[in-house]
Write a protein that binds this ligand. Structure first.
Ligand code: 0O2
Length: 208
């Protein structure tokens, strides 16, 4: 069973490599052609066997590989951190319009934040992985966020982990307020960024 599970997870690791390569190519091209890199970082993880079994059990999914494959969308996860909200949408468009990518679901928590203030854009997609037996579609969850959204989500996650869901109300309120501040910061930074990018310095005259 363990061997079978390791083979099962290998597909997800391969799917992650495919997506990571696509994103790295976009990042490198932007850096070269535009002189500007819209992607701050890309991180990938495949859930552990224990993590997969725990989530499947929690969601009432049968513990067989076919049911797990159908029932869980985040066995393979990629997180893409962008500088600005407009970069998030630009990279999402460029990735999801590639001909070998099938988009299964988009959850836009930037346009529609969660009540606690969580903001990110999640895309669940399928990418083909070419194994010895032929191509196989592999499901990957890609989370896109800005630096400010990531800063907030990391602290919120740590808070819930530490208090084991019994988070005091003043911390919940503080986090919701901080989410508003982060959103405001994103808007301000985006505006400043556009102004700086469109600035053309006046032509210098030569003093002879
Ligand atoms: P981990 O450890 O990050 O993988 P799902 O539970 O995925 O089947 P759901 O809740 O509809 O279904 O999915 P959603 O809303 O797309 O959220 C999935 C992932 O988004 C979470 O994975 C988190 O990584 C992140 N996320 C969603 N909501 C929040 C939030 O309020 N705060 C923070 N910090 N992260 C959030 P996991 O499996 O919960 O955790």
């Amino acid at each position: 069973m363990r061997d079978e599970f390791d083979r099962f997870l290998l597909r997800y690791r391969s799917g992650l490599s495919e997506i990571e390569t696509k994103l790295a190519i976009l990042r490198d091209e932007f850096s070269l052609v535009d002189g500007y890199n819209p992607i701050e970082s890309i991180s990938c993880r495949v859930k552990t066997v224990e993590g997969v079994l725990e989530k499947a059990t929690r969601k009432g999914i049968d513990l067989d590989l076919d049911a797990i494959k159908d029932g869980l969308s985040d066995i393979a996860g990629v997180r893409v951190i962008c500088s600005f909200v407009s970069d998030v949408y630009r990279i999402v468009d460029l990735l999801t319009s590639q001909s070998d990518i099938t988009v299964l679901e988009v959850k836009d928590y930037i346009a529609n934040p969660k009540p606690n203030g969580y903001r990110s854009l999640h895309v669940i997609l399928e990418v083909p992985v070419f194994l010895s037996a032929g191509p196989e579609p592999v499901r990957v969850e890609v989370q896109f966020r800005t630096i400010a959204m990531d800063f907030w989500a990391s602290l919120e996650h740590k808070t819930y982990y530490k208090y084991d869901t019994q988070v005091p109300q003043h911390l919940i309120d503080g986090l919701t307020e901080a989410a508003e501040t982060a959103s405001h910061l994103d808007s301000t930074m985006e505006r400043l960024h556009h102004e700086v990018r469109s600035y053309r310095p006046p032509a210098r005259t030569l003093d002879v």
